[in-house]
Design a protein around this ligand. Structure first.
Ligand code: ADP
Length: 251
């Protein structure tokens, strides 16, 4: 579970303090996905960095499974927009990187990495370097790495944004398929309304000036491929777009 309570974050920019997040509270229950959506600059990445323990000078609290966030003690999976692969390491080494850092690179992990690679359709590519893969394949490597670690929480910052529309939809399916087996508590930043609706059981709508959470919606349409092409899904997408537009007009 991720619990964010009354979180405020400021940056020192050009000698003045800029408030990036103001009084943000949000709970992601164990084994669920929360999609965070909002305009550029509303503090989504800042929120992720605080939850990841990368920004520590904050007001308010962030707890993971009841304990203050501490990346040394916890397993926090982080998947950035550019997949976060090390270009000089092979695909296989990249996949096992998270586990190696945590001292868990045993025989068992090698075997599990192989199973994940087969499942993600990247078996046989382990000796290649990331630049020898397509965007979709690199994304699969990033997912294999994230899920191999079996993290306490998974943070995904616009993970599918760099992909073309068809590959993006494919990757959303791949993510869901894995997630439905592992049920890792996940916070996913996206600027695609359909992605938020498809993946997030909870959708947090953020607005800017200062960055804050305006509304948290329960979303019963998440996680089912069948729902994705139904009129209800389309209608909900329109409603969400309207809310985001209204928030943009207010800020
Ligand atoms: P988002 O991910 O929603 O686009 P960010 O969290 O990246 O938003 O940024 C929120 C606000 O904080 C923006 O106004 C941005 O300019 C500012 N900001 C982000 N990072 C820094 C930084 N390192 N120094 C100063 N200001 C920053």
């Amino acid at each position: 579970m991720i619990e964010v309570e009354h979180l405020s974050v400021g940056y020192d920019a050009d000698g003045t303090k800029q408030i990036a997040l103001h009084d943000v509270s949000l709970t992601v229950p164990q084994g669920t996905v929360c999609a965070v959506i909002g305009p550029s600059g509303c503090g989504k990445s800042t929120l992720m960095k605080v939850v990841a323990g990368l920004i520590r000078k904050v007001q308010g609290t962030v707890r993971i499974n009841g304990r203050p966030v501490n990346p040394q003690e916890m397993k926090i999976g982080f998947m950035p927009q550019n997949y976060g692969l090390l270009p000089w390491k092979t695909v296989g080494e990249n996949i096992r990187l998270g586990c190696r850092i945590k001292g868990e690179d045993s025989e068992d992990f090698v075997a599990r990495a192989k199973v994940l690679c087969r499942r993600l359709g990247i078996a046989g590519l382990e000796e290649r370097l990331p630049h020898e893969l397509s965007g979709g394949q690199q994304q699969r490597v990033g997912l294999a790495r994230a899920f191999l670690l079996r993290p306490d929480i998974l943070l995904m910052d616009e993970p599918f944004s760099a992909l073309d529309a068809i590959t993006r939809e494919e990757m959303q399916e791949v993510f869901l398929d894995l997630w439905q087996e592992y049920h890792i508590t996940t916070m996913l930043v996206t600027h695609y309304v359909e992605e938020a609706l498809y993946l997030g059981q909870q959708i947090a709508l953020m607005s800017s000036h200062p960055g804050s959470v305006q509304e948290i919606m329960e979303n019963l349409l998440a996680g089912s491929a069948g729902e994705r092409y139904k009129p209800e899904f389309f209608a909900m997408g329109q409603k969400l777009r309207e809310k985001i537009r209204e928030m943009g007009a207010q800020s």
